[in-house]
Structure formats: C-alpha cells, structure tokens
Design a protein around this ligand. Structure first.
Ligand code: ATP
Ligand code: MG
Length: 497
C-alpha cells in the first residue's frame, strides 16, 4: 500500500501544533470511520518526515457548539438539522503525538512543530515496518496491526534473546498466543536459526498440539509428570536444600559432606545411587549431631515420598532438547504445587547448566501460571523462584530465554518480571496489576496503559525490546485445530450419553 493522504493539520481551539502535539482534520469521508487511537501517521516537515501516533479522535460540528442556540431551536419544535445543513458540517478531528523524524538509521527527536495546512499521510507498510523494528518477511508472525493491515513479524533475537512476559486476565487469550508463538518457532527453517522449546503445561491444554492430526505432531514430545525423575546422584547437598528450604545451614552442610562422599565413592566410578543410599549414609554416620541427623532424615524421607528422585534422569534432557523441537512437560495431573515447583526447579537448573556447557541448543522456556513458580512469597512456597531469577538475570548470555505467562503480574517476582524486556499484554482490569505493569514495562506510555482495560479477546499490546514503539496487535488464528477447548454445553453433552 503506497502512502495515502488522509488529512490536513489544523489550528484547533485548544492549541496550535507544538513539538509534542498537533491536530488534524480528516479530509475524506472513507477514512473517517477507520481513524482510531494508536494509528500511525506521517507528516512532511522542514526537518524531514515526522512519524506520529494518533492519541485522540473526536467528532465536531460548529452548529452544535452553542448549547443555548441548540436548545432554542430544538424547543421551537424543529431540529437544527432540518433548518441548516448541519450534517455536512460534521468533521472528524484527531490529535496526534509526534514520535520523531524518520532517518536512515532510526528516528531523531523533533525540534520544531509541524505546520498548519500540511498534509497528513497514512504510512506505507515498508516505512512502518522499518520504524516499528518489525521484519517484512520471516520473523515470528503473531498477527496484524488491524488499522494498518500490517503483519507483526517479530525479530527472533529481539524477542527472545532476552525474556518475554505474556500478561492478562483469565480468558483473554494468553495460552492461545503462546500456541501461536510456538507454531512460529516450530515453522522456522534450519537456515533461519531454530531454538529448542520447553513448555510447562499446568492445565494439560497443549497436548492437542501433539495430536496425530496436528501438523506439528512430529516436532513435539509430551512427558507426563508421572514419568519425570531426577538423577539423584547429580544433586549436591545445597540442591536438596532448595527442595526443602526449611533445612538449616548446619543440616545442609552435613548433607553436603555425605553427598560429596557418595560422589567420590560412586558417581566418579560411574555408579548411580538413590535417595535410599543417602538415607543409609546419614543413619550410619555417627559424627552428625543427633538432632541434625533426625531433622535431615525427616527432610529426606519426605523428599523420598515425592518419588521424584531416581537413579537416572528421565527424560534425559541432554538428549531430548533439539533445535526446532518442543518438549511439553504435562504437570496437569499433579495437585501438589510443591511437586510442580520442584520439577520446574530441577529442569530449569539442568537446562541452564547444559546451556552453559553448550551441550544443548539455545532454549526458550515457556512457563504458564508463572506467578505460581516465581512468586514473591516465602521461599518455602516458591521453590523454583531462585533458578527462574537466575535465568532471568543471566540467561541472555547463554541463550536461555524465558516466556513467563501470568494472570497475576502483581504476584510475579519483580526481579524476574523486570528482566522480561518484551511484554505482550492482553486485557487486564485489576488496577494493582495495571499499576505494576506501568512500572515494570519498558516504554509503556499512559495512553497505551489506558487502552489495556478495553482490549478484546485475542487482542494484545506489545511493548519493549521486540518493537521500537508499543503496538496493538490482533493475534492471528492458530494453525493447530486439535487444541480447541470445548464450551460448557459440549462438555456437558459428552458426559450425558
Ligand atoms: N487470537 C485468538 N483468536 C481466536 N480466538 C481466541 C484468540 N485468543 C483467545 N481466543 C479464544 O479465547 C479462549 C480463551 O483463551 P485462552 O485459553 O488463551 O485464555 P488465557 O488467557 O490463557 O486464560 P487462562 O488464564 O484462564 O488460562 C480460547 O479458548 C479461544 O477460543
Ligand atoms: Mg491459559
């Protein structure tokens, strides 16, 4: 679409154009109904082409500007419109905020106001794509900027070299957006660079992506929680203390002595051992203070009861993480939050370690219900938080990125959220969440924040590192048809045969 003239800059009642604000009247009827907040426009100026964003749209009509005159006519029994050609004097006026002058290398700050009488254009797609920092081909196609019919193709590095967060109330379309992001990552060709993807599926809603009829089935493996086992002999005393945060430092030290001993005696010789062996070692160790011994036995028996600590790691993370492949850990059958947190903690810990040693490809980890795992609550209730925060801080250097998905941003660790440089924000109503997002999202302005409460299902605002300016996106339809959720009627009918 080539650029098209849509309006003319005016001097309105409030003020004349200044470097931070100007108004324009739409000159063509067909553009009037399309003009919306958030649209980008271009105005030529002496300094160059000024790109601006529309932040207010209103209708005006001089005939109705005097309340006393309107009242006088209307009480006389005639309408104003029947006497005067009032409908022909209705205009759409838009206010816009200049963002800068488009240059070859980016944008430059505007020093002077644009001139009254100057023509306003809608930008061509190429200019807009470049200005927003999107890609015209390739890139992750998440949907369109409706007003401009522009595809939103995010650059992989800008989006996922650091971390991202998808935030919204329940039912706004977070998981749907996740499935679109996954599809785009799986569709990438080898030569475009592919990451390994790991998803923690708390509600078991992504299994459908791996259904035989799904076009992505061959790229996805699902592991139910019941199959997951940790390699006990890879865990140090300190790591056990992560799963049992009430363990005192003295107890942790005693346990570390025992795990080091076992490491020397067994792991080094290639022999695996279980939590059972650790328990036996503690029991026969007569140098530990009896109270510590008792406590340690208590902690480890309770860990043994989780049945997560096995001989070898299952699934073997080093073997299953592959470029262009998605691994789903289905945690939906677990009711214990602690078990879910332990699994997330172990797997994240291992992935990060394997990445540091370059034994697995760059990996993107998607965490649904992230506020349950990286919550600001006490460490006993947030076992996975330390490793999530570590990856949030240091993951970038090792190409380990996080996508945190949450409906309660306020409960998410500030450290983790502040490292999410791209935010995909969908409908949010809670004022505390909105306030928190306003403080933690890079480059989000008041107007964008204000638009979040009125977003529809499947509509998102993207801000931060992946884009040069906040954009409103209609998330595209997903290609997977095997993931549809049933509505209440369908679900009830399937039980009522
Ligand atoms: N982009 C979209 N296009 C079409 N339909 C969508 C889109 N996004 C969401 N929906 C619809 O809205 C429903 C709810 O979306 P979704 O399950 O992704 O919400 P959610 O934000 O993950 O909610 P929760 O917090 O409860 O998990 C979906 O079942 C789907 O029908
Ligand atoms: Mg969801």
């Amino acid at each position: 679409m080539a650029r098209k003239s849509i309006g003319t800059i005016i001097v309105d009642e409030d003020h004349s154009p200044n470097p931070t604000q100007f108004s324009f009247v739409l000159t063509k009827a067909e553009d009037e109904f399309r003009m919306q907040k958030g649209m980008f426009i271009i105005v030529p100026s002496e300094e160059g082409e000024v790109i601006s964003v529309v932040n207010e749209v209103f209708k005006t009509n001089r005939y109705f500007s005097s309340p006393s005159a309107v009242r006088a006519y209307e009480t006389s029994g005639k309408t104003l419109a029947s006497i005067f050609p009032a409908d022909r004097w209705e205009y759409i006026i838009a206010k816009a905020k200049p963002l800068g002058i488009i240059t070859e290398t980016g944008i430059q700050r505007l020093m002077y106001p644009v001139s009254p009488g100057e023509t306003v254009y809608s930008p061509d797609k190429q200019t807009l794509t470049r200005f927003l920092g999107l890609q015209s081909t390739k890139g992750l196609n998440l949907g369109v900027i409706g007003q401009h019919e522009l595809e939103v193709r995010l650059n992989l590095t800008r989006f996922l070299q650091k971390h991202a967060a998808i935030l919204a109330i329940s039912g706004a379309g977070k998981s749907y957006t996740v499935s679109v992001v996954i599809e785009e990552l799986l569709l990438r060709k080898k030569e475009e660079g592919r990451v390994a993807i790991v998803l923690f599926d708390v509600h078991g809603e992504y299994k459908g992506m791996a259904d035989d009829k799904s076009p992505f089935a061959s790229s996805i493996e699902v592991f139910p929680a019941a199959l997951i086992e940790f390699a006990t002999n890879s865990l140090s005393g300190r790591q056990f203390a992560i799963y049992q945060p009430q363990m005192s430092s003295v107890q942790t030290r005693e346990l570390s002595k025992i795990t080091s001993k076992l490491y020397k005696e067994k792991t080094k010789q290639g022999i695996t051992y279980t939590i059972e062996d650790i328990l036996k070692e503690i029991e026969k160790d007569d140098q530990i203070n009896p109270r510590s011994k008792e406590a340690l036995l208590g902690w480890l028996y309770s860990l043994k009861g989780t049945r997560l600590f096995g001989q070898i790691e299952n699934p073997n993370l080093e073997n299953i993480l592959k470029p262009g492949k998605l691994i789903i850990f289905d945690l939906s059958e677990l009711t214990s939050l602690k078990l879910k947190q332990m699994i997330v903690s172990y797997i994240l810990f291992r992935i990060f370690d394997l990445r540091k040693k370059q034994l697995v490809p760059p990996t993107t980890i998607i965490l649904e219900e992230a506020h349950q795992f990286a919550s600001e609550s006490k460490l006993e209730m947030a076992i996975a938080r330390p490793i999530i925060e570590t990856i949030a801080r240091e993951g970038r250097k090792f190409f380990t990125s996080l996508i945190l998905v949450s409906q309660r941003p306020v409960k998410l660790s500030t450290t983790a959220l502040s490292q999410c440089n791209t935010h995909i924000i969908m409908k949010i109503l809670n004022p505390y969440d909105l306030d928190y997002i306003g403080k933690s999202s890079e480059g989000i302005d008041k107007a964008t924040l204000g638009s979040i409460t009125s977003l529809g299902v499947g509509e998102a605002v993207i801000v931060g590192n992946a884009v040069n300016h906040p954009i409103s996106v209609k998330i595209r339809k997903r290609k997977t048809t095997t993931m549809e959720t049933k509505n209440l009627e369908e679900s009830a009918k399937s039980f009522d045969k």
